[in-house]
Design a protein around this ligand. Structure first.
Ligand code: CTP
Ligand code: CA
Length: 233
């Protein structure tokens, strides 16, 4: 769509977007986190705002400055983010999981973990966190909010399959209406540029976009707007 046509096409919709990287406390002074900059999620929030949506941005431990006009909910860990999403999901027309959610979490020690005489290392036991996106699609009731559930898949190719093949399998496993795949071996973390391929819930390719994070956000929101129209109709 031309910039003029997409103007205000999300008016009346409430869009919840998660952004940034979660961090998991090891003890009162240490965390396990990831390199997510939060820029893509913030760009989506800004773009949705411009198009007239009411936007709630659930920000996880990110240094990013939230765009003006969005409501901000802060969260730290994967568990925090999961509960923030649970509280908001029934009020959201569309939910976009752009956050890099920690896959594993340690048991948090209440006191600082100390080096111990005679022990040369430290073994951490990590348990899997809740898959928030998967939970969203599983709990969803047809005709109720959220009407569109979207996510991201950052992949690299390996000896078994291409990055795209991994993303297609992920799209099928997550059951999201829209999964934006990017090959992280091409566009590193923190970049202002992104290349996205949009996949449907069966892994089918719906489109692609490349450009600034603002530009690819608009392309993604074109798909979100189409999903909302479809569901309303
Ligand atoms: N995601 C989530 N909850 C998690 C992990 C990921 O909701 N505990 C969401 C992310 O926000 C993203 C999508 O799931 O929208 C895909 O994340 P990704 O890390 O690519 O997939 P995983 O399912 O975690 O698989 P893996 O990291 O093993 O490839
Ligand atoms: Ca993951």
């Amino acid at each position: 769509l031309a910039a003029g046509e997409r103007e205000r096409d999300l008016e009346g919709s409430h869009i919840v977007i998660t952004a940034g990287g979660t961090s998991e406390a090891l003890d009162p002074v240490r965390v396990l986190t990831n390199r997510s900059s939060g820029k893509q999620g913030a760009a989506l929030a800004r773009a949705a705002c411009v198009r007239g949506a009411r936007v709630t941005l659930v920000l996880a431990g990110s240094n990013i400055v939230p765009p003006a006009g969005v409501e901000v909910v802060r969260s730290v860990s994967a568990a925090d983010l999961a509960s923030a999403v649970r509280e908001l999901e029934g009020k959201a027309d569309a939910l976009i999981m752009a956050a890099a959610v920690s896959d594993f979490t340690p048991e948090t020690s209440g006191s600082k973990i100390k080096k111990r005489e005679g022990e040369s290392g430290l073994t951490l036991h990590l348990t899997e966190t809740e898959d928030i996106l998967r939970g969203l699609t599983e709990r969803r009731v047809p005709g109720r909010r959220p009407r569109a559930v979207c996510g991201f898949a950052a992949e690299t190719g390996d000896e078994h399959s291409s990055a795209l093949a991994h993303a297609k399998r992920k799209a099928q496993a997550k059951g999201a209406d829209l999964l934006a795949f990017n090959d992280v071996s091409k566009n590193g973390f923190g970049s202002d540029h992104n290349e996205l391929t949009f996949l449907g819930s069966s892994g089918e390719i719906l489109g692609a976009a490349s450009g600034s994070k603002d530009e690819v956000s608009h392309a993604m929101l074109d798909h979100v707007a189409a999903l909302l129209t479809r569901e309303h109709g």
